[in-house]
Design a protein around this ligand. Structure first.
Ligand code: NAD
Length: 252
């Protein structure tokens, strides 16, 4: 039965930035499909533990600052300790800094690149070592419209999300033969704290809304189908794609 290929029963998913926004939605979707969640958060897990547990699966929260890759070995070690194995990694944690490129600082460059690109590579690498041993694993990176486009006043974000798309293809080329699927989801313009400033700017908000064929901002739950698909057996022969979930933004 085809729907059986979508179940994540008995699987464990590591989800970074699980406490809010898209990460919370992604964790809930994977939980609803049956996966236990090892949720990584920066300061507190918010209400994600109860939202996940009410789906009948386990949640384990782990506090880490992913802007420093020294935190990564312990994340993987603890997840293996708690759940014995990892099947799915969702690299969701990310940040954005808006500033004119003429005055953009080195710190603003490094802070975004370290979290959005460097930690994605090194956490993927650490999980892939385990995935290679078990002969299977799913890595899902959270990319962006700015993996395809330039954006305005967000040079480090655009560079980092273009890197995420490139890495998705590069790692997929190296790891597909090990049974590891590396893919990405590129959310469109979504209602989270990441876009609060944009939505608060009347002019930009109207311009963005007018350009989205679906006529509305996306919501975390709009990513549910894509993440469950890419985390499940149903996508075993899907490698290296960055799947836009954008209400039609890119096609316009
Ligand atoms: P958000 O600001 O609500 O969430 C960001 C998450 O990253 C939070 O959970 C936060 O705790 C975590 N985080 C930030 N710094 C961290 C650090 N140093 N260490 C560990 N975790 C850290 O924003 P969101 O919109 O939910 O963003 C989630 C992902 O989706 C990001 O990668 C973002 O770039 C991407 N994205 C968002 C949109 C959008 O429109 N909201 C569109 C495309 C892509």
């Amino acid at each position: 039965m085809i729907l059986d290929n979508f179940t994540l029963k008995g699987k464990t998913a590591v989800v970074t930035g699980c406490n809010t926004g898209l990460g919370q939605g992604l964790a809930c979707a994977l939980a609803e499909a049956g996966a236990d969640i090892f949720g990584v958060y920066r300061s507190n897990a918010g209400n994600t533990p109860s939202l996940v547990e009410e789906k009948g699966v386990k949640f384990f929260g782990y506090k880490a600052d992913l802007s420093d890759i020294a935190s990564i070995p312990q994340i993987v070690h603890t997840a293996l300790d708690v759940f014995s194995r990892i099947d799915i990694l969702v690299n969701n944690a990310g940040s954005i800094i808006r500033e004119d490129s003429l005055s953009f600082s080195e710190k603003d460059w490094d802070d975004v690149m370290n979290l959005n690109a460097k930690s994605v590579f090194f956490l993927s690498q650490s999980c892939a070592v385990e995935f290679a041993k078990q002969g299977s694993g799913k890595i899902i990176n959270i990319a962006s419209m700015l993996s395809f486009q330039g954006g305005i006043r967000v040079p480090s974000y655009t560079a980092s999300k273009s890197a995420v798309r490139g890495l998705t293809m590069s790692l997929s080329n190296e790891w597909a033969h090990l049974g590891i699927n590396v893919n990405a989801i590129a959310p469109g313009y979504m209602e989270t704290s990441n876009t609060a400033a944009l939505r608060g700017d009347k002019e930009r908000n109207e311009a963005i809304l007018e350009r989205i064929p679906a006529g509305r901002w996306g919501r975390p739950e709009d990513l549910s189908g894509a993440v469950v698909f890419l985390a499940s057996k149903a996508s075993d022969y899907v490698n290296g794609i960055t799947l836009p979930v954008d209400g039609g933004w890119l096609g316009r």
